[in-house]
Design a protein around this ligand. Structure first.
Ligand SMILES: Cc1ncc(COP(=O)(O)O)c(C=O)c1O
Length: 470
């Protein structure tokens, strides 16, 4: 027997042990302190072992209790970043995904897996009311944004063959609240970060369309090519939704690609579709089922209207992947429409999770998140020591402790110290946002485990910590 082959009994025994570890994690999650504990030195001591020449067999499982101990507990009081809560039914498919080891390159490689991914993508397109869109799953919103902008650049300034052409230049437009993955994508695509025009936002942190139009006019008058306009459907800081329909019209007027970064918010359309009107005008939309469909991480999606734009950006067929069949279903290739060739069967967890629970359950869960955010907002407004810092459009709540202090520097330092201590105490987990140079505490509720009493802990915790700082 090959030295890395294991018997079926061994496989089952390993699976049972992993199942027990995973179930214990879920069972104990609520009673645990949220942040991952341990100093750098301690974690290094536990996990920076030498590579063994001889296998440890079941001994290798010993470190797993340390691994769980030093992993964050994502319970109902976790409100950091925009991090989905890891729905367990979907997660349960991960083992099967790896054992089946389907390579979701093309229909002929994995007919069932490819069909399931296409099905799931069509469900996602329907959810954001863009039925005619097609798409691909990917690692997350950053990858989806990169691919959307790669399509835009290749359509507006074809550069794949000869490189970026010389000329008066190019520009991409987004609001000052845009997520960092957009400037990163622009740099990677050779467009140049300086060519990202940051358009001012209004008091609700939404892009101001007239400012966009003026910026595009200024550029086009100088011969600059407008490659793309990026709107946010849920900004990372406050969840603001840019005026999509108005922005779409301006992008169209200047012949620019219209990309919507919906990584945080767009799946909110399951519960509040009216907030996203105009989303179907996009050329491409990024979505993140690992955020607001609660899937475990590594489940992003890019939707796009025009398959030929995707092919123009990503199709480089070598002889080893030549299609041997002209059947419209069986000749389908994902690798011609995305960055990756070998691709994990990401659709499996999402497909199962959606079918297991049904769309109504997800709608209810998103409604709960929206209500929880409003509940937190109300209790902040009822607390004189606290100040709400932005309208609550979706489920992100930005606020700060003021407690009678008026000096902005002092407030920034105080709130940053409050956040540090809150995270250290581990009862609730918040992150931060800086709005108009003001340091804010930020709770983002994309968490199917959260209850009203979890929400009510937030204000109590902030006040308790502020009192200690004195
Ligand atoms: C608006 C927005 N866009 C893009 C991203 C990046 O998504 P990911 O972390 O899945 O790469 C995020 C992440 O929070 C986001 O909030």
């Amino acid at each position: 027997m090959n030295p890395i082959e294991i018997s079926l009994e061994e496989f089952k025994s390993l699976c049972e042990q992993f199942l027990a570890i995973a179930s214990d994690y879920l069972k104990e999650m609520d009673s645990r302190s949220i942040p991952a504990t341990g100093s750098g030195a301690e974690i290094d001591r536990l996990f920076r072992a030498e590579l063994p020449e001889t296998g440890l067999a079941h001994e290798a499982l010993r470190t797993f209790s340390d691994l769980v101990q030093h992993s964050r507990a994502q319970n109902g009081r976790f409100f950091g970043y925009v991090l989905g809560s890891g729905e367990a039914a979907g997660a349960a498919t991960d083992l099967l995904c790896s054992v089946l080891n389907q390579n979701v390159t093309a229909w002929r490689s994995s007919p069932a897996a490819v069909t399931i991914e296409k099905t799931v993508v069509s469900w996602l397109a329907k959810i954001v009311s863009s039925r005619e869109f097609r798409g691909v799953l990917c690692g997350g919103g950053s990858a989806a944004n990169l691919m959307g902008l790669a399509m835009a650049r290749e359509k507006k300034v074809p550069a794949n063959k000869t490189g970026i052409p010389n000329g008066p230049g190019f520009a991409v437009y987004a609001s000052t609240e845009v997520h960092m993955s957009i400037p990163k994508a622009i740099a990677l695509l050779g467009i140049g970060r300086d060519n990202l025009r940051l358009i001012p936002v209004d008091n609700s942190f939404r892009m101001i369309p007239s400012q966009l139009e003026q910026a595009m006019l200024r550029d086009t008058d100088r011969g600059v090519v407008p490659i793309a306009v990026v709107a946010s459907a849920g900004t990372v800081n406050t969840g603001a939704i840019d005026p999509l329909a108005e922005i779409a019209a301006i992008a169209a007027k200047f012949g620019a690609w219209f990309h919507i970064d919906g990584a945080y918010g767009a799946l909110g359309a399951i519960a509040v579709p009216h907030k996203f009107s105009g989303i179907d005008c996009a050329d491409s939309i990024s979505l993140d089922p690992h955020k607001w469909l609660y899937q475990s991480i590594d489940c992003g999606c890019l939707l796009y209207r025009d398959a030929s734009a995707a092919k123009r950006a990503f199709s480089y067929s070598g002889d080893y992947v030549r299609a041997l069949n002209n059947d419209p279903v069986e000749s389908f290739t994902f690798f011609d429409e995305t960055i990756e060739l070998s691709r994990r069967f990401r659709a499996l967890k999402l497909w199962f999770s959606l079918r297991y629970h049904g769309l109504a359950a997800f709608r209810k869960s998103i409604e709960n998140d929206l209500q929880h955010a409003q509940r937190l907002g109300s209790s902040i407004e009822e607390t004189p020591e606290l100040q709400l810092m932005a309208p609550i459009e979706l489920s992100a709540v930005c606020f700060r402790y003021v407690g009678g202090i008026h000096n902005e520097n002092e407030l920034n330092h105080l709130n940053s110290e409050i956040l540090r201590r809150i995270v250290e105490r581990g009862n609730v987990y918040l992150s931060n946002a800086t709005l108009q140079s003001r340091f804010c505490l930020r709770a983002c509720v994309v968490n199917h485990r959260t209850t009203n009493s979890d929400i009510d802990r937030v204000v109590a915790e902030v006040l308790a910590v502020a009192k200690r700082i004195g």
